[in-house]
Design a protein around this ligand. Structure first.
Ligand code: NAD
Ligand code: 6OD
Length: 502
């Protein structure tokens, strides 16, 4: 059941450049809308293949098949049967590691060294981790006094929420999609996924692995399309969807929350950020520089948890800045498969234009451009890709758009501070509250400052170090809800209380 009926890896004629397809009720289909678009590779702007756009009919069919699977074999499975299938699914992802890796790097242009280390392993881990959670769920029990002295027993039950609409972004496509699908399926739900229009391949490929693992038809469905006025909006407005989990921009999150209000459907929203890094003079400078280089430039700055505001204590400001500049200038843009590649392209020309508009505004406002600020000259066909220079500024006002708005590119503003109090106040001076990175060797300071930062996650002397059992999500305008470990039970299950009069 190949999604393009094309040769598999190892067979003659294998080509990773494939058309995408919807995956509905266990089968691949181009749908009947007749609409679609060309999927372009960010490395050189070349065509990867066609992506069909789902209309109301395809979204309806996907939701109906998810509902039927809930009422059918999936809904009747024991926890061990279900988690056994999901373990096979995780093994299936690992077995086809190279297929996922190649597809992800074609769609995004990111270095294979990055995707092989983070994106694809997490695709599998997101299933294994939540199967463990599903096997160990416990609920509360209360014995209740009653006037007749015989009492009552209260206990809670958790049921799957139902059909979950999953809407995912393009920056870590497989990782962020499975981060939602893993807990949803482990806890007995079925899903309809609408991946980003920019990165359709790995979500489609996962359909193939679902079939190979023996997951029943209808449990995992995929529809392709855009957001407003397209498959994304159709899915969020569909009355057959019982809950919507979304990762993406804060603006889209607001629209999705409004759509979910109809029918009072719960949402889980992981949204944008404008994340600070605080570099104290008592930090280990090697660690702080290495970590900040990763947090600013990894995935070409297209990580929601990435640092865009760097605050450095004045005594080490110039030394830190010089080392950050040297590190940024050492990042080589290049092809994903080249081990020397340190930086991929932006996801699209639109996104590159958006980031360049901040580069232009920063320059026009008199920023000191420490490095970058433009577009690199790339050789050969790479000249047609969406490359951009890693960029560092200093000297902008605290209310400049490059300092206050999420850019989602390989850039940061670096500003000095004097006191801990000032650093905390600068870090919290944002409507967002996703993540922060704190660099200090002073343990008391680490605890004190971490407790005052208004964020969902604060890393101390590290960045993007993830334990999937922890609560993950954003404070303030960076999201609603927490997922991860047992916290995912809140959204993916409905709790009900049974009260037994004894
Ligand atoms: P986006 O909001 O433009 O799109 C995300 C997804 O939502 C896409 O699949 C898109 O088609 C869909 N969509 C957009 N509007 C919609 C609507 N009205 N109804 C239904 N679906 C809709 O985001 P993006 O550009 O793909 O990703 C970048 C953004 O995502 C950044 O803001 C980044 O911070 C954020 N992000 C957050 C996290 C997190 O964990 N907090 C993770 C990754 C990305
Ligand atoms: O690690 C995760 O679970 C997660 N949701 C990461 C988000 C990264 C944003 O780009």
């Amino acid at each position: 059941m190949n999604f393009l009926s094309q040769p598999r890896r190892g067979q003659a004629g294998f080509n990773p450049r494939r058309d995408a397809a919807h995956f509905i009720n266990g089968a691949f289909t181009q749908g009947a809308s007749g609409k679609g678009w060309d999927n372009l590779c960010p490395l050189d702007g070349s065509r990867i293949g066609h992506v069909p756009e789902a209309g109301a009919a395809e979204v309806d069919a996907a939701v109906n098949s998810a509902r039927a699977a809930l009422a059918g074999p999936w809904g009747r499975m024991t926890v061990s049967e279900r988690t056994g299938l999901l373990a096979a699914l995780a093994a299936g992802i690992n077995k086809r590691f190279d297929d996922f890796l190649e597809a992800e790097c074609l769609d995004t242009g990111k270095p294979m060294s990055l995707a092989a280390h983070i994106d694809i392993p997490r695709g599998a881990a997101n299933f294994t981790m939540f199967t463990d959670v599903a096997k160990t769920i416990s609920t509360e029990t209360f014995t209740t006094d009653t006037p007749d002295g015989k009492g009552a027993l209260n206990y809670a039950l958790r049921r799957p929420r139902g059909v979950i609409g999953v809407i995912s972004p393009w920056n870590l496509p497989l990782l962020l999609m499975t981060w939602k699908v893993g807990p949803a399926l482990a806890l007995g739900n079925t899903v309809v996924v609408k991946p980003s229009e920019a990165t359709p391949l790995t979500t489609t490929l996962l359909g193939e692995v679902m079939n190979e693992a023996g997951i029943p038809p209808g449990v995992y469905n995929v529809v392709h399309g855009f957001g407003p006025g397209s498959a994304g909006e159709l899915l969020t407005r569909h009355p057959g969807v019982n809950g919507i989990t979304f990762t993406g921009s804060t603006r889209s999150g607001e629209a999705i929350m409004q759509a979910a209000a109809k029918g009072i459907r719960p949402v889980s929203l992981e949204l944008g950020g404008k994340n600070p890094a605080l570099i104290f003079a008592d930090c280990d400078m090697d660690k702080a520089v290495e970590g900040t280089l990763r947090s600013v430039f990894a995935n070409c700055g297209q990580v929601c948890l990435g640092t865009e505001r760097v605050y450095v204590q004045r005594p080490v400001f110039e030394a830190f800045l010089a080392r950050l500049k040297a590190g940024a200038e050492a990042l080589r843009p290049g092809r994903p498969e080249d081990p020397a590649t340190g930086l991929g392209p932006m996801i699209s020309e639109t996104q590159r234009r958006k980031v360049l508009s901040y580069y232009e505004r920063a320059a026009a406002s008199g920023a000191r451009i420490v490095t970058g600020g433009g577009v690199p000259q790339m050789p050969g066909e790479l000249a047609g890709g969406y490359w951009i220079e890693p960029t560092i500024w200093t000297g902008l006002a605290d209310d400049h758009p490059a300092v206050t708005e999420e850019i989602f590119g390989p850039c940061c503003h670096v500003r000095p501070f004097d006191t801990e109090e000032e650093a905390v106040s600068l870090a919290n001076n944002t409507p967002y509250g996703l993540a922060a990175a704190l660099w200090t060797e002073n343990l008391s300071r680490a605890h004190r400052v971490a407790a005052r930062l208004e964020v969902g996650i604060c890393w101390v002397n590290s960045w993007f170090l993830r334990d999937l059992r922890t609560a993950f999500g954003g404070a303030k305008a960076s999201g609603i809800g927490r997922e991860g470990g047992v916290h995912s039970l809140e959204f993916y299950t409905e709790i009900s209380n049974v009260c037994i009069k004894l």
